[in-house]
Design a protein around this ligand. Structure first.
Ligand code: TMP
Length: 213
């Protein structure tokens, strides 16, 4: 049964771990979920991702950054997400439109109403059925994220190089978005033990699946 689920949160909030755990649990139940992410969920997106997450803050103007995320999303929705939903798959997407509102809107200061409008155009109106916000303090998330980057020898650190206040604005932005759309969003504590957190998430997914039947 088609269901579009997104996971949102600051760096190091545990989205990727929870996405994997959800996918494994759904596979055990016989589903074949599509696991994807933004930026980078389409072929074009893989190239855009390199530009977007490598390098240093200030390399891209706010507007150039925004339009690259939107291009990534437009291609991803059209070529990957919509076809998967049309063939009745559950789609698990690590970041989506709310990340643009939190990062480019609340943190970079671009106009929120305009961003909502552009998001609608990029997604052809597609919205998630369910979104999880993995909330955690910016200090905690950043620490975890730096540890992961070091361990994986990753150069995907353009946002990790932003200062703490930037990440605090992103966190506050996500909280405001989630509170303003509390039908779609479930806010969870990203500092909880990953297995406990997973139990909360999978229960929510089951609930949505049973109400869709
Ligand atoms: P990731 O490391 O979670 O894959 O995300 C890459 C970075 O891109 C992350 O720091 C958040 C940022 N981002 C935006 O600024 N705007 C967006 O619309 C998206 C999808 C991600």
């Amino acid at each position: 049964m088609a269901l579009f689920i997104t996971l949102e949160g600051i760096e190091g909030s545990g989205k990727s771990t929870q996405t994997k755990l959800l996918a494994q649990a759904l596979e055990k139940q016989g589903a074949s979920p599509l696991v994807t992410r933004e930026p980078g969920g389409s072929l074009l997106g893989q190239d855009l991702r390199k530009i977007l997450v490598q390098g240093k803050p200030g390399d891209l103007s706010k507007e150039a950054e925004l339009f690259l995320y939107l291009a990534d999303r437009a291609q991803h929705v059209d070529r990957v997400i919509k076809p998967a939903l049309a063939s009745d798959k559950i789609v698990l997407c690590d970041r989506f439109t709310d990340s643009t509102l939190a990062y480019q809107g609340y943190a970079r200061g671009l106009d929120l109403e305009n961003l909502k409008h552009l998001n609608l155009q990029a997604t052809q109106g597609l919205q998630p059925d369910l979104s999880f916000l993995l909330d955690c303090p910016a200090e905690v998330g950043l620490k975890r994220s730096h540890q992961r980057l070091e361990k994986e020898l990753s150069s995907e650190s353009r946002f990790e190089k932003e200062d703490l206040s930037f990440h605090q604005k992103v966190r506050e932005g996500f909280l405001k978005l989630a509170q303003s759309e509390n039908q779609r969003f479930v806010i969870v504590d990203g500092q909880k033990d990953p297995e406990l957190l997973h139990q909360i998430l999978i229960q929510e997914v089951q609930k949505r699946l049973s109400t869709k039947k």
